[in-house]
Design a protein around this ligand. Structure first.
Ligand code: NAD
Ligand code: UDP
Length: 310
């Protein structure tokens, strides 16, 4: 297939680029390099089936294509809150431009949505049928509401134009190629532990997250793309194993054999208290479930960070 992948130079995009090339597809890799880096895909740049195009998805892009994977959007809270107007525009205008392209070219489109559409959930685990608890005017809403509007547009295009739009809700994912300074918890804790700096827990560290290793996520994405029939609802992709941030901090310190101590800092506004995917739909529709346990995934990620930072 000829696949258009947006956000290709980012953390997830770089892993997906590699997997799509390995599977024999031709990849047109779009990215404006705002949070991603060419270093993540450097080894692919001379591949004959890989074409990189520096492009902002807020502007239309035209090409003949079989499938579109939309991953362009800053994902770390500090990045998406830096220029919130740009973030919501990237989500909203980006998906409109890509849905239009999918309609013109008859392509399948897969949208990278997020567990953030559930906001600060009052139900746990979160099923796809849960409508969420999102502050529509808070500091996270440029991302949350942008992703929710993008989901709405996908299903409106499906109902109105018969488009094959597939939506996955990705829960916290980690692994090599995360930017060491993008502020997300796994990269922050690992970098701090390797450098012997204080481990910064926001709040009391009792909030929970579920962490999925990147190769498991990529399997879920490829499985969704390979489905024979369109999806009439989103699918959660994540690892249901749940940890408090305090548990994660202690585990990272142990695995890095670090001398770092834990410090507590203010909890950011609207920070969700809990998050855990119900993955029964992914299990039944995709026959998918995560395989990599947290310790193994963290060790692989730690090895990567040790190779790139001092
Ligand atoms: P990332 O920041 O590493 O990658 C995002 C990429 O999109 C970057 O390369 C960036 O340069 C590019 N980009 C941003 N705005 C753009 C624009 N306007 N035009 C073109 N390119 C643009 O983040 P990531 O973790 O790889 O996330 C990728 C996607 O997956 C995002 O859509 C994110 O919302 C979604 N997601 C990620 C996670 C996670 O845990 N990593 C969880 C849920 C959803
Ligand atoms: N967090 C933390 N210390 C850090 C970075 C993040 O305690 O150095 C917390 C953050 O407040 C949140 C959780 O870890 O409760 C996950 O944060 P992240 O930014 O990785 O993802 P998200 O909040 O989008 O799930």
């Amino acid at each position: 297939m000829k696949v258009l992948l947006t956000g290709a130079a980012g953390f997830l995009g770089s892993h997906l680029s590699q997997r799509l090339i390995d599977d024999g597809h031709h990849v047109i890799a779009l990215d404006d390099l705002s949070t991603g880096s060419l270093e993540n895909i450097e080894h692919l740049l001379r591949h004959r089936d890989f074409t990189f195009v520096k492009h902002d998805v807020r502007k239309p892009y035209t090409t003949d294509i079989d499938a579109i994977l939309n991953f362009a959007c800053p994902a770390s809270p500090i990045h998406y809150q830096l220029d919130p107007v740009r973030t919501i525009e990237t989500n909203f205008l980006g998906i409109i431009n890509l849905l239009h392209l999918a309609k013109e070219s008859g392509a399948i489109i897969l949208q990278a949505s997020t567990s953030e559409v559930y906001g600060d959930p009052t139900e746990s685990p979160q099923k796809e049928t849960y409508w969420g608890n999102v502050n529509p005017i808070g500091i996270r809403s440029c991302y949350d509401e942008g992703k929710r509007a993008a989901e709405t547009l996908c299903f409106d295009y499906q109902r109105q134009y018969g488009l094959d739009a597939r939506v996955i809700r990705i829960f916290n994912t980690y692994g090599p190629n995360m930017s060491p300074n993008d502020g997300r918890v796994v990269s922050n804790f690992i970098v701090q532990a390797i450098q012997g700096k204080d481990i910064t827990i926001y709040g009391e560290g009792t909030q929970t997250r579920s962490f999925c290793y990147v190769s498991d996520l990529v399997e879920g994405i490829i499985g969704t793309l390979a489905l024979k029939a369109p999806l009439d609802a989103p699918i959660n992709i994540g690892n249901p194993g749940t940890f408090t941030m305090l548990e994660l901090a202690n585990l990272v310190v142990k695995l890095c054999q670090s001398t770092s101590k834990i410090v507590f800092m203010p909890l950011p506004l609207d920070d969700p208290q809990q998050r855990k995917p119900d993955i029964s739909r992914a299990k039944s529709v995709l026959s998918w479930e995560p395989k990599i346990q947290i310790e193994e995934g963290l060790l692989r990620t730690i090895a990567h960070f040790k190779s790139i930072i001092k």
